[in-house]
Design a protein around this ligand. Structure first.
Ligand code: PBG
Length: 332
């Protein structure tokens, strides 16, 4: 670049009023890019507040239907469903029942608004009594998630979501081969058309804390470092995860969390141009801002919009965020 310097060049010329600033900005937030996570549970007329995530609730099916109706006019990209089952067991068998909580919620959402894009999180941590993301085996006197046994169960769960009418299946358990297994099970059952959004680069993160209260999915022993990625791992490892998931048939890719992983988002964007890339603006990122705003220490709207803008600028085309509804009202 050999553009002339000051005083010929003055960067402030294009910053002097809102119209000029708007003309030259390249990153804009659009409600259509946003996915709203929702938590569904059993019971009736329940809108149980999630203490650590003000503005979010565990919704019983009737309340959930009301919520879908209420958000239908906002122009959001879709919803991402998490279920809180009535019963948990060692293999999370509630997760693949035809009348399971998520399966019922998918049907309810489609009944209220057939056009609403419904994505389902496919995982076991909400459904197992031990709170891990798959079946457990004992190996060398310690317990760990059995990868290949979990793959079979993941296929079952994905098919049950497909049968209920989900539009996109989003496996989040970080099992090796999960996309291949789910793709195979879906295809075998006639769901070749159904898209898979892979939580491809998902880190073992402290930022999931509030979610575990929301989804009642805290591991009862140990942690998730044996399957989720190490935050200190080289970015190349994230690229390998993405490449593997794409080779196995993933249609959309996700990086999670978002705020502390903007470098990962950027690198995935550059390395895999053209692949729809979602960033998950996770519970901890939301709760921190909410808590500070409640103290009057930070401006929630400005801070949230700046964070979300950064995720998009880094390269995410889809934003999964607990602020999705707010964004629809904030950006007109
Ligand atoms: C696992 C899952 C988690 C989140 C989404 N899917 C929790 C975990 O891996 O422990 C976290 C989302 C958030 O923090 O907002 N089913």
């Amino acid at each position: 670049m050999n553009s002339p310097s000051f005083p010929t060049t003055r960067m402030r010329r294009l910053r002097q009023n809102p119209a000029l600033r708007k003309l030259v900005q390249e990153t804009r937030l659009d409600p259509h890019d946003f996915i709203l996570p929702l938590f569904v549970r059993g019971g009736k007329e329940l809108r149980t507040p999630i203490g650590s995530m003000p503005g979010h609730f565990q919704l019983s099916l009737d309340e959930f239907s009301r919520e879908i109706e209420a958000i239908s006019s906002l122009g959001l990209g879709g919803v991402l469903l998490f279920g809180i089952p009535g019963k948990k067991d060692a293999t999370g068998s509630e997760s693949y029942r035809e009348d399971g909580i998520v399966q019922q919620a998918v049907r309810a959402a489609k009944c209220v608004n057939p056009e609403m894009l419904v994505i389902t999180d496919v995982c076991f941590c909400e459904y197992t009594d031990h709170g891990h993301c798959g079946a457990i085996v004992e190996r060398n006197e310690h317990y760990e998630v059995d990868n290949d046994a979990t793959l079979k169960l993941l296929g079952k769960q994905a098919v049950s979501h497909a049968e209920a009418g989900a539009d996109v299946i989003a496996p989040s358990g970080m099992m090796d081969g999960m996309i291949q297994a789910i793709r195979g099970s879906l295809d075998q059952m006639g769901f070749q058309h159904l898209a898979i959004m892979s939580y491809a680069a998902k880190y073992a993160s402290a930022f999931y804390g509030p979610f575990r209260e929301a989804a009642e999915s805290t591991p009862q022993f140990g942690d998730r470092r044996g399957y989720q990625m190490d935050p200190a791992a080289n970015v190349d490892q994230a690229l390998r995860e993405v490449a593997l998931d794409l080779a196995e048939g993933a249609d959309l890719i996700m990086v999670k969390p978002a705020l502390a992983y903007l470098d990962v988002i950027r690198n995935v964007r550059v390395e895999f141009p053209g692949v729809p890339l979602a960033a998950y603006n996770v519970s901890g990122e939301y709760s921190m801002v909410k808590a500070a705003a409640a103290q009057g220490w930070i401006d929630e709207r400005a801070t949230a919009l700046e964070m979300l803008l950064a995720m998009k600028r880094a390269g995410a085309s889809i934003l999964i965020s607990y602020w999705a509804k707010d964004v629809a009202n904030w950006v007109e």
